[in-house]
Design a protein around this ligand. Structure first.
Ligand code: SF4
Length: 320
């Protein structure tokens, strides 16, 4: 186990089989560690596998292969009861707060789902805990009796957060928690997540499709493309000194407030990512990379620590 890691994944793979019996390599050999109290941001275009990575880590998907180690315990070695306990400590907040809340349930019952699953609190204690959770996320106790459709998108995401907090988790996967919200509400939800992290001593895996969204909240950022990790570094270093051409392209697409003040070379990515059913040989980014060389089609670049704590997979930084 990497020193200080709350959670570590080693060579994690999650493949899906389509109806036509084709294999989709959604997560393909990812290794990373998350320190206690850290926020690790994961970014990538749609189809990069970032959400599948989060769902596999919290146990919604069974891994195809690889290891998930949480608090020094290999999840695959635990029996059903132990796994259930550990899974309670790992919760997920979903992207679409509307779809993830049962429209026929009252907010209080939605928030209490985790509590009710093990029957740990009943009657007055259960009610007090629901009120406490609603207040923690900036809602009112009297909201407990209402239904999801009576709330705005931002409030529904707060309800989703309260539900995740009900079982006192240590680790939360926030799967694009602000992507479906108005820009004006996004900052409020980010601030709430940051406050809760400090108060509840949480560790986050924060998934987003856009680097701007993760910059503010993340200590480190990993960039995924077609099921592979392309680069991983501290948030500051990734923005100031990106190494991988894909990261550089994502960063160059971010509008800068005063275009005259700062000249930024725009790297335009052509086309959409190829299908994860039949990814390109060698480097998966090579069909869109402006720096592709012959070796990029022949050999997959190794995942390498190019600078201290700054990892990337690109032949520009390896001796072939
Ligand atoms: Fe581009 Fe080659 Fe690096 Fe891939 S390995 S990102 S194709 S230079």
């Amino acid at each position: 186990m990497t020193e200080d890691a709350l959670l570590e994944v080693r060579h994690l793979k999650k493949y899906f089989r389509t109806k036509k019996d084709q294999v989709v390599k959604s997560v393909d050999d990812i290794s990373l560690a998350i320190r206690e109290g850290e926020t690790l941001g994961i970014v990538g275009e749609s189809g990069s596998g970032k959400s599948t990575l989060g769902k596999t880590i919290v146990g919604i998907n069974a891994p195809t292969s690889g290891r998930i180690i949480y608090k020094d315990q290999d999840m695959s070695s635990l029996d059903k009861q132990q796994k259930k306990l550990f899974n309670r400590e790992m919760q997920i907040i979903f992207q679409d707060p509307h779809a993830s809340l049962n429209p026929r349930m009252r907010i209080g019952d939605i928030v209490a789902e985790g509590i009710d699953a093990d029957g740990s609190l009943k009657g007055r204690q259960r009610q007090d805990r629901i009120y406490e959770l609603l207040e923690m996320v900036g809602l009112q106790p009297n909201h407990a009796k209402r239904y999801p459709h009576e709330f705005s998108g931002g409030q529904r995401q707060r309800i989703g957060i309260a539900r995740a907090l009900a079982v006192k988790p240590r680790f939360i996967v926030a799967d694009e928690p602000i992507s479906a919200l108005d820009v004006s509400i996004q900052a409020q939800v980010i601030n709430l997540l940051e406050d809760l992290k400090a108060k509840e001593k949480l560790t986050y895996l924060f998934i987003a499709h856009d680097l701007r969204m993760v910059k503010h909240i993340s200590d480190r950022i990993g960039v995924m493309y077609l099921g592979k990790m392309m680069e991983l570094a501290s948030s500051h270093e990734l923005f100031e000194e990106p190494l991988h051409p894909y990261t550089k392209a994502l960063l160059s697409a971010i509008p800068i407030p005063n275009p005259k003040a700062e000249k930024k070379e725009r790297i335009v990515l052509s086309g959409d990512p190829p299908s994860p059913i039949n990814p390109p040989s060698g480097c998966r980014f090579r069909t869109r990379c402006p720096f592709a060389m012959d070796i990029c089609a022949q050999k997959e670049p190794a995942w390498k620590e190019v600078r201290p704590k700054h990892w990337t997979a690109c032949h520009l930084y390896s001796e072939h």
